[in-house]
Design a protein around this ligand. Sequence first.
Ligand code: ATP
Ligand code: MG
Length: 504
Amino acid sequence: MAALSTWITRRAARTPDAVALVDATTGTQTTYAQFAANSARRAAALRSRGIRRGDRVMLIGLNSTTQLETIFAVARLGAISVPVNFRLSPAEIAYLIDDSAPAVLLHDDMFAELAAAAAAQAPRPVDVAHLDSTDQPEAVIADEEPVADDDIAMLMYTSGTTGKPKGAMLTHGNFEWNAINMLAAGEGITPTDSTLAVAPLFHIGGLGLYVLPMLYTGGTVVVAPAFDPAAALKLLARYRVSVLFMVPAMWDAMSKVPDFDDHDLSALRCLLCGGAPCPLPVIDFYQGKGLTFMEGFGMTELAPAAAILEAQYVRSHAGSVGRPVLHDDVRIVDGEDRDVPIGEVGELLIAGPNVFAGYWGLPAVTAQDKRGGWFHTGDLARQDADGFLTLVDRKKDMIVTGGENVYPIEVEQILFTHPAVEDAAVIGLPDEKWGEGVTAVVALRDGASATADELIAHCREQIAHFKSPRRVEFVDVLPRNATGKLLKRNLREQFGSSGSAVTR
Ligand code: ATP
Ligand code: MG
């Protein structure tokens, strides 16, 4: 198999003049030959800073061609890049510095202050430098460090939805197999394709869905610094982008650009949505424009693609995340790791060459989550006889009340149909009588009103009593992490001890 940096050097040898990167802001193009030379130069500069095989190089910045060149430069040294979410607070980044012990923290113009503040709060010292400092024209080019398939290329932190973010160790082999799985998914991609890097590169979705596979296959990546729906639409037309991944909120925002139809999207042959469930109206909008719209399920630990719902099934299998990617196997199991019958809900297990090496510094958690040679995803799902997977909820969020299982997402969806509800989270709280009591935490729309009893009655009209909330708490806004994912653990802490509200 091929080390990350050889993806580029081999393309440079074969198609030196093909365009690898386009800076969407300046229009500057970087060929594969230039990409390889730039990465080699940056590698040399990093080496002269003291970066060696296995060292961590933390990156904070807007999406940029520099950032991609640096990731490949770090890989060339056999070192490990650690991309970090710039929406985190200095204290949160300081935690990641403490956890991953990077040799250097590289930042762009935008996040110099954030990097300095995080470094100042971190319990261990870290060298802080501008990303441009890795661009030294006079540097002596370093050889490519030989790396094995299972050497770590990147430490990518999970979103921290269910606990503290964990550093998923992703290997050179993981990225290559993810690329192969993506080349084999749907209509595939070829060197004539191009994509827009507009989802953040510090999340595995932004990096691993089309951006890295595109570089693997020798196509073009247009890099946009950040997401603006109208600007993104213009870039898709201007650069005749052919495939694109975004998360549901981005697809939704883009569909609302007033002059959407004035853009020539005739080159766009495949759209991919993932990271969270995609609302049907959003799918309908793009399919209504005659565009090919696929859905996908991924995880940081899987580099990330795990399942794809191809365009022809998006309507017939609405709600499903599709079938496993080509080279992965899946199982659905009960609490004792025994396979459940087809169609029944259990924990989703995945095995395949894209499964991560483990969590950084957490050998016990790694052993537990990878027991028996299967990665235990922590997601509850069911699989039908044709192999289609449907995610039900997170295992940690499932509520057991009076011996019955309740999947909060099902209850939340009912609450969302109430006109006064702006946002809702359903959690299980300790309850003497029921074990756990179904509790809804609700934010009402501005100016709207609804009582706890009304919302409980609304649920009971549509779903079983045991699934309906027994208690409703009202808040102004629900807590979400930097990615926008709901932090139910905070709600369980906040409301867990107060037995104030009605229990029925
Ligand atoms: P943490 O592991 O730190 O709690 P996280 O699991 O949210 O955070 P990510 O790796 O970014 O971190 O997200 C992966 C999770 O996102 C999956 O396990 C799944 O629960 C959810 N997810 C991904 N794609 C989809 C999708 N298409 N539909 C519904 N949920 C999805
Ligand atoms: Mg997770």
